[in-house]
Design a protein around this ligand. Structure first.
Ligand code: AMP
Length: 586
């Protein structure tokens, strides 16, 4: 397939925000594609050349991309830079200079999807001395053969700024539409994606044999996207929801997914990043204690003194996330892995069988030893017993408990009531939601880099002063689709400086004009020196604890409808009263 076709599709996608239209355009691309091409198209559309767990990023700094544009088009670096300052979008700069090229290219050829993909892959894996020059040269060579529109998209890959407004869920739908003309296969495709975190691989398999996708099994060394826990405030509500259930200790450490085949072991984070090199003691423990030849297990790792039974603080465990001094820290603060799931063992997909069966299997897979043990648990249908176990867990220094539905399969990549967490803070959950104004956003890190979105800075209104005051930084509650959508919306209202009406001590990566309102839930309101809401002199302000977005941007509300500083202070007061009443009773 010619890259021209893909660029044409991207142009059309850029011009619309309608999801159905985007799905239609993308399925039109998948229809004629070979399985191998579909795989590459998926990666390119995700703005990458490999699944995230491969740890390969095309990434080139803006300066280097500017040099590649200059090299290919015959303009000076200064001219390219000046144009970028004007437009703020290097894709557009490339488009302009390629269309007004000063130097002809001797080696112009029709670009295929394969050619573009291969060169970008080469750029991604190039490393070591002189690699930047080689990357610039490779990118310039691609630009030599590119049309203006192709050039726009080609330079956006290494900058990780695709601006296509297409999330993984839409790619999944487009694949299904390409073969079925409907979303009929979307659910099985999404499941397969959750099983391997590799949408390119899923597309390739699907276009090779559509029927095989329903039987897609986990694969050792492809991380499975994690199951997420819902929350409920009391043991009573949990039992009401699940009936008889397993209640597991909730350890406060790092969630790790361990993959093993023979002596080879890999460890992935909950964001599917490879972390094997950071935890040599766990790798050794897995080799010693996991009896299956092939296995995928999940657990929480934390620094733990097995002699005294004492759990070290979370911050200490977090220090183990490091590149240097790994061996010394592994000796000083070895981690212990509390294993809570078996997802795959010796060729068998365990994600589809009920929790009780998986747990039994887990018990057989793990041999006793010093590095790994099963997460502690009880089975009960009595709220009082659940609450007692919860209190005991808190006393031991744990975070709370996670109740698990005995009959549920492993729900990869989703939050459903198969798991329900009960943490101390949820008991004081803020009874009401609040409506906040978005005043800026943060760029994403890790898995979120592809969206260029990591959360928003939000404010409330100070009616007395007629100003906006920050009250929360919100990084959770967004689905992939929402992140893409939110970034798209906010990019249109970016401003260079802090909005005039706003008082903020925090500086997000990007400021936006105060315009959009979101509804936010939180656990409680706390005093905070970082936020300006209710801040008077040196005394701290007020902030939301564990804020999360609920629903979409409120198109029915404007800045004047946002929650006020007074309301926040009143809610804080009510919360204190509740605490006192609870305190008196116990
Ligand atoms: P939270 O991060 O508060 O949403 O709670 C869910 C997290 O608790 C999971 O992602 C795990 O990292 C962690 N966790 C600790 N113990 C367990 C357990 N026994 N079962 C499942 N998750 C656990």
């Amino acid at each position: 397939m010619l890259f021209e076709k893909l660029a044409e599709a991207y142009e059309k996608m850029e011009a619309t925000a309608a999801r159905l239209e985007i799905t239609d355009i993308m399925s039109g691309i998948f229809k004629p594609a070979s399985p191998e091409e579909a795989k590459k198209i998926v990666y390119l559309t995700q703005g990458t050349v490999a699944p995230s767990h491969a740890g390969i990023e095309v990434g080139m700094g803006e300066k280097f991309v500017e040099r590649a544009i200059a090299l290919s088009t015959g303009y000076s670096y200064k001219q390219v830079e000046a144009e970028y300052k004007k437009s703020g979008d290097l894709g557009k700069v490339a488009e302009k200079f390629v269309s007004e090229r000063r130097q002809g290219s001797l080696s112009r050829e029709d670009l295929s999807v394969k050619k573009v993909f291969d060169v970008l892959s080469r750029i991604a894996i190039a490393g070591g001395a002189g690699s930047q020059d080689a990357k610039i040269k490779s990118l310039a060579e691609l630009l030599n053969s590119a049309s203006p529109s192709e050039a726009k998209f080609i330079v956006r890959f290494p900058l990780a700024k695709m601006r296509l407004g297409i999330g993984d869920a839409t790619i999944v739908d487009s694949l299904s539409f390409a073969r079925r003309g409907s979303k009929e296969d979307s659910a099985v495709l999404a499941r397969a994606y959750n099983m391997c975190n590799d949408l390119g691989l899923v597309a390739e398999n699907y276009l090779t044999d559509e029927k095989s996708i329903a039987k897609f099994k986990p694969r050792v060394f492809s991380p499975i996207r994690p199951s997420l826990a819902e929350r409920l405030p009391t043991g009573e509500e949990i039992i009401e929801k699940l009936g008889k259930c397993s209640v597991e200790a909730k350890y406060d450490g790092l969630r790790l997914q361990v993959h093993k085949s023979g002596e080879k072991v890999e460890i992935f984070s909950r964001k599917q990043e490879k972390m094997t090199h950071m935890f040599p003691e766990i790798v050794a423990g897995v080799r010693k204690q996991v009896k299956a030849k092939e296995a995928i297990l999940e657990g929480e790792a934390l620094a733990f003194n097995s002699a005294t039974g004492e759990f070290f603080p979370f911050q200490l465990t977090m220090q183990r996330k490091r590149k240097y001094g790994v061996k010394e820290m592994a000796e000083k603060y070895p981690l212990h892995l509390f294993v809570f799931e078996a997802l795959f063992a010796d060729g068998e997909d365990l994600t589809t069988i009920p929790y009780v069966k998986r747990r039994q299997r887990l018990g057989k897979i793990i041999a006793p030893g010093e590095r790994l043990s099963l997460a502690d648990s009880i089975v009960t249908d009595k709220p009082a017993e659940l609450e007692k176990y919860f209190e005991e867990s808190i006393e031991k220094g744990l975070e709370g408990v996670i109740a698990k539905d005995l009959n549920a399969p492993y729900v990869a990549g989703a939050r459903q009531f198969a798991w329900i967490k009960l943490k101390r803070s949820y008991r004081g959950e803020l009874s009401d939601t609040v409506d906040l104004v978005i005043v800026g956003y943060y760029l994403g890190r890790g898995m979120r880099t592809e969206f260029g979105f990591g959360g928003v800075l939000c404010a409330v209104r100070d009616q007395d002063e007629g100003r906006l005051k920050t009250v929360a930084k919100i990084g959770s509650g967004f689905s992939e689709e929402e992140m893409t959508e939110m970034k798209g919306l906010l990019d249109k209202i970016k401003v260079k400086e802090k909005p005039k009406r706003l008082d903020s001590m925090l500086t997000p990566d990007v400021w936006v004009e105060p315009k959009y309102i979101i509804t936010v839930a939180a656990d409680e309101i706390t005093r905070s020196p970082m936020h300006t809401c209710g801040k008077k002199g040196d005394a701290p302000g007020y902030a939301l604890r564990f804020p999360r977005m609920t629903g979409n941007v409120r198109s029915d509300k404007g800045v004047d409808d946002a929650t006020t500083v007074e309301e926040i202070i009143a809610m804080h007061g009510m919360q204190k009263k509740v605490e006192m009443v609870e305190g008196e009773g116990s």
